[in-house]
Each structure stands twice: as C-alpha cells, then as structure tokens.
Design a protein around this ligand. Structure first.
Ligand SMILES: CC(C)(COP(=O)(O)OP(=O)(O)OC[C@H]1O[C@@H](n2cnc3c(N)ncnc32)[C@H](O)[C@@H]1OP(=O)(O)O)[C@@H](O)C(=O)NCCC(=O)NCCS
Length: 179
C-alpha cells in the first residue's frame, strides 16, 4: 500500500467495496476508539446500509478501497429526517494523504444536493485529525458529552460537531423525504 503509486478515485460505494469497508471498520472496532463498536459488524449490515440510499462514498485505488465516508440517520424518530450523521474512516496506511478531505468534498456535495438541513459528527476524543477535518468543512463544536464511552480501559468523551447545510425556508415540510 505505497502512497507514491496511488491514483485514487472518489466514487459511490458498490457491493464489491463492502469487504474492504468492513475490514477497515473492524480494525477501528477492535483496536481503536474512533467507533464505539467493539466487535466485527456483519457484512449484511453494510449491505443493508448500501440499500438505504444515503450518501456513501469510497476512495478507490485501482479496485482497493482505502477509505470511505457515509451519512446515516442521526436517530430513527421521524422528525430527525432532515438531519444526517456523517462518518469517515481511512485505512491506517492511507491517512494524512488528503483522502479524508477528498471523501468529504464528495460527501458534503451529496448531502447538500439531497437537501438535508444539518449534519452532525460525533467524535470520540482525542482525535485531532477528525476535529481538524470537520472544522475545515464548517462543522462547529455543539457540545461535549463527558465519559459516555467505555473502551480501551478508559471513559471517553464524545464531542458533537454540527454543520448547518442550508436555510430550511418558511416551510421545511413534514414528510420523510429530505427535499
Ligand atoms: C480522521 C481521518 C478520517 C482524517 O482523514 P485523513 O485523510 O487522514 O485527513 P487529511 O489528510 O484529509 O487531512 C485533513 C486535515 O486534518 C489534519 N490531520 C489529519 N490527521 C491529523 C492528525 N493525526 N493530527 C493532526 N492533524 C491531522 C491534516 O493535517 C489536514 O489539515 P491541514 O489541511 O490543515 O493540513 C483519518 O485520520 C482516519 O480515518 N482516522 C481513523 C478513523 C477516525 O478517527 N475517523 C473519524 C471518526 S469521528
């Protein structure tokens, strides 16, 4: 996985990407605290996620996925339908090369294009890279939840970062469609 040889394309995720996605995420689940998952997520969960149709993009280096970013419903209650939570994960050998930035360029374009109103990122602290990336995309600190995570033998704070995507207008509507 040599950085010098990379020609990376950012594109929508397809089913063939999901084993790579799962491998990257499993590493974070088992050995890091960037996600509060602690076990491997079944591939079927990723397949289901892809069918939902929320923005889900990958960094493709000649067929190998080096990282991914996606949006998810923040919570299932219907009134949250114009809000999305965003996530981004890079393979540990592909960080600090600008790929997070390239993934977010595309993810944010898709969120704006889909008409969502606001985006949230929940960042387990400390995470200088994620904080920096989100601040570069206009996310602001909305608050910090203290010691809500219990992983790797410590209690972990989680910062909530928020970016407003657009003005809701006089009548944002009541349906489940984000538009
Ligand atoms: C966080 C993450 C997605 C950032 O992606 P990346 O491709 O490494 O970031 P980029 O190279 O696009 O850099 C974006 C900015 O963040 C800065 N940055 C990235 N990693 C950093 C680090 N470890 N410490 C300090 N700054 C960092 C970069 O310098 C750059 O800022 P600059 O333009 O001022 O120089 C990536 O490190 C990662 O996957 N980490 C593990 C999973 C994770 O924490 N995901 C986020 C969950 S909330």
């Amino acid at each position: 996985m040599g950085a010098a040889k990379r020609t990376v394309t950012i594109r929508d995720a397809v089913p063939g990407d999901l084993p790579y996605v799962a491998e990257i995420y499993t590493h974070e689940s088992l050995y890091a605290y960037s996600t509060f998952e602690t076990a491997e997520r079944p591939l079927a969960d990723w397949e289901h996620k892809l069918t939902i149709g929320d923005p889900f993009v990958v960094a493709d280096d000649g067929g190998q996925v080096l990282g991914f970013a996606f949006a998810s419903p923040f919570r299932e209650r219907p009134a949250y339908h114009r809000t999305r939570e965003v996530s981004v994960y890079l393979h540990r050998a592909a960080r600090r090369e600008g790929l997070g930035t390239r993934l977010y360029d595309e993810l944010m374009d898709q969120l704006l294009g889909a008409g969502f109103h606001t985006a949230l990122a929940l960042i387990a602290l400390p995470n200088k890279g994620s904080v920096r990336l989100h601040e570069q995309y206009g996310f602001e600190l909305a608050g910090t939840m203290r010691e809500v995570g219990d992983k790797q033998d410590r209690m972990i704070d989680v910062a909530i970062y928020q970016r407003m995507l657009q003005d809701p207008g006089p009548n944002p509507g009541t349906g489940l469609s984000p538009a």
